[in-house]
Design a protein around this ligand. Structure first.
Ligand SMILES: Cc1ncc(C[n+]2csc(CCOP(=O)(O)OP(=O)(O)O)c2C)c(N)n1
Ligand SMILES: [Mg+2]
Length: 324
């Protein structure tokens, strides 16, 4: 039995639950559309990891930047990008957030300070260090959060990014979403450290490590790092232990994991956890049912919008490839 919550905490947790449910239902709808051939190309689902993105992004101001991977749907939704424009992007339509030119891996919204969606594993970490450098150089108080996986922590750009962020004390929060697999490779085959955050020691920067099934805990820990960065005390490397419930991408049947292992992690589903904490905290089942209904409507509308939108003209293929 969880704790009773005061009205403010209950409201906050319910709003986090709503955001996580939006990600879950949005991606379930995307998987269905993918299965029926309406979405093409790569499509990596975030299902199971929702508390990481929602918790971490809740610790930020809207003016802070987010740099994500190809597994970017959850981060984009948590940042408040329009589900219609995101679904249309998955469908490759001109109304998509990247005008149908990017697809699943390349969500981007400058106004929302959502700076991608990047397909090259780990390559975006040094880009994020560049964004954090710009924040510092132009004397803003902004911080940049960069999400990446356990596999990305073995890429050169991770080490270059960390080193420069450390040397220049950049306002960068590095969040390693350790879902314990890089495609079909389990972490023990590619990592010699117990957890990725230990690598912070090599660069003399702050580190933290948490379990990723409790959304408010993620928010609280990331907030400490954000405040440290805003005080000018430099970057933090945080490992959040999490798990993806689906395969690496839509084309992966994930045969390298046992059913028992997956079930064990599903028992720690961040949505179930939040749901239970809301009920124990004094929230009502009917409120949760209303949220479910509201989210289903948003998701259905996003699919409808994507289906009805036009394809981009072929000439748009050459847009936004090189600077003018
Ligand atoms: C430089 C590079 N190498 C290989 C790939 C192919 N690839 C795509 S995702 C992936 C696994 C990355 O795993 P991880 O960093 O743990 O992130 P996760 O997919 O688990 O979220 C690989 C090897 C790539 N996109 N870029
Ligand atoms: Mg991984």
């Amino acid at each position: 039995m969880g704790k009773k919550l005061n009205a403010e905490s209950l409201k906050e947790l319910t709003s986090f639950y709503r955001e996580m449910l939006l990600i879950r239902r949005f991606e379930e709808a995307a998987a269905k559309a993918y299965g029926s051939g309406k979405i093409g190309g790569f499509c990596h689902l975030y299902i199971g990891q929702e508390a990481v993105g929602v918790g971490a992004i809740a610790a930020l101001e809207d003016s802070d930047q987010i740099v994500s991977t190809y597994r970017d749907h959850g981060h984009a939704l948590a940042r408040g990008l329009d589900p219609k424009a995101l679904m249309a992007e998955l469908f490759g339509k001109r109304t998509g957030v990247s005008k149908g030119n990017g697809g699943s891996m390349h969500f981007f919204d400058k106004e929302k300070n959502f700076l991608g969606g990047h397909g090259i594993v780990g390559g975006h970490i040094s880009l994020a260090a560049g964004v954090a450098y710009a924040n510092k150089y132009s004397k803003t108080q902004k911080v940049c959060v960069c999400f990446f996986g356990d596999g990305a922590a073995n890429i050169g750009s991770f080490h270059e990014g960390l080193n420069l962020a450390a040397v220049w004390k950049l306002p960068l929060i590095l969040i390693c979403e350790n879902n314990h697999y890089a495609m079909g490779t389990p972490e023990y085959r590619s990592l010699t450290v117990k957890d990725v955050s230990i690598r912070a020691v090599a660069y003399n920067i702050a580190r933290d490590r948490i379990e990723g099934d409790e959304v408010r805990k993620v928010r609280d820990h990331v907030k400490v790092a954000v405040e440290r960065a805003r005080r000018g005390e430099g970057p933090t490397l945080i490992e959040v232990s999490t798990y993806r419930f689906r395969g690496h991408s839509m084309s992966d049947p994930a045969k390298y994991r046992t059913k028992e292992e997956v079930d064990e992690h599903k028992a720690r589903d961040p949505l179930l956890r939040a749901r239970q904490d809301i009920i124990d905290g004094g929230g009502k089942e009917t409120d949760l049912e209303n949220i479910e209904e509201e989210i289903m409507k948003i998701v259905e509308e996003s699919v409808d919008f994507a289906e009805k939108s036009e394809e981009p003209p072929p000439a748009w293929l050459y847009n936004h490839v090189y600077a003018d």
